[in-house]
Design a protein around this ligand. Sequence first.
Ligand code: FAD
Ligand code: PYC
Length: 418
Amino acid sequence: MGGPTSFSAWGLLRRAFGGAWGEQWRSPEPKAAYDAVIVGAGGHGLATAFYLASEHGLRNIAVLDKGWLGGGNTGRNTTIIRSNYLWDESAAIYEHSLKLWEGLSQALNYNVMYSPRGVMMLAHNQHDVRVFRRHVHANRDQGIDNEWLTPEEAKVFCPPLDIGRDVRYPVLGAALQRRGGVARHDAVAWGYARAASALGVDIVENCEVTGISRGLDGAVTGVETTRGPIRTGKVGVVAAGHTSVLMAMAGVRMPLESFPLQALVSEPIKPVMPCVVMSNTVHAYISQSDKGEMVIGASTDVYPSYSQAGGPHVAMHTLEAICELFPSFRRLRMLRNWGGIVDCTPDRSPIIGLTPVPGLFVNCGWGTGGFKATPASGHVFAATIASGKPHPIAAPFNLDRFRTGRLIDEAAAAAVSH
Ligand code: FAD
Ligand code: PYC
């Protein structure tokens, strides 16, 4: 993909969809010094910069990316948005996000195509039924919408779904969050980038951070990059998949493993799929994009890796599951597949906040589920960087929990960690 001056599909897309911004915006040369530097121009990094500038008045800031903005997981995910998590800490941050999604197109003056078409999570065995019903009760206590459907009600909500009893994974019921849905991932990156850029933020592409410099007192003094050194007293690392590598540059060891996670899309067809369906037990989820493609996601590979392609057998398993749940999709041809690198913590919950290095902040560990968190993640991380203190919603997601043992064990509570 192209850099700032090259002729590329990305450049064409940006000009086509970016409107006035697409015509005028060029990735700038980095300045010698900034008040804060954000490493990673994914949705989370761009949202952080936007809220730093719009809510905290910090405008002399830069977002650096080794590639192009939105080229990481932000531009590779299946865009499922929901807030139906079990534990109060998780529900609080994902619901904060869902509320921000509801007004995001207006806030950014950019259509992110947020579409609350409902996310339905299928139960295939007694364990699933108990887990999802527990989620429904917990969410209602938390003031979050979630309801239990019988198989027949699930079929009414999603007509292509097969609820026959003679399949390998019969549908025993489903949890439905009606306010859940999807958005256009590229538009989220572009919308935050355009709004941050308009407030004076420098977004510098093709600028890899290769070192983090520290003073004699141990505090951050700047970053080394492939486009030269930059001085700053505040660095926020938001580089999903590569966090451990970056934090090691400052001598901080992270409790993270990186895995490939993949997705694929079918040829486009007329609208047939009215909602999002997730089946954690058989590891498949599906929705239909506004272009008509079926957007299908698989589970992570079993082995850690930095490869941006998942194992073909993982995709095959997913397609088998989709064909069984939706027999009418069997004849669809798959058009393309791709992968991203997600970083996962032992409790499958994110890390947001301060680090043992003064001036160094980290936001990572969103694993397979950080797209939906983009607005809230940026919002609470910006407040944390600006004040030097954890935002109350971010506070439970501190790095120290892996020393104290106060984990947020969303992974153990759900059928899987998605
Ligand atoms: P990214 O968008 O990956 O941004 C990180 C950036 O850091 C990258 O652009 C990278 O180039 C840059 N970077 C890395 N190292 C350096 C360096 N040394 N110097 C400078 N820059 C650097 N989540 C959901 O909520 N719902 C879903 O349906 C969903 N589906 C998914 C499906 C797939 C196939 C994948 C891969 C992920 C999915 N996710 C989903 C997860 C979600 O995509 C991520 O959690 C989220 O996008 C992370 O956003 P980010 O901004 O932190 O990371
Ligand atoms: O977190 O909802 C999710 C999700 C769906 C697919 C990948 N992650």
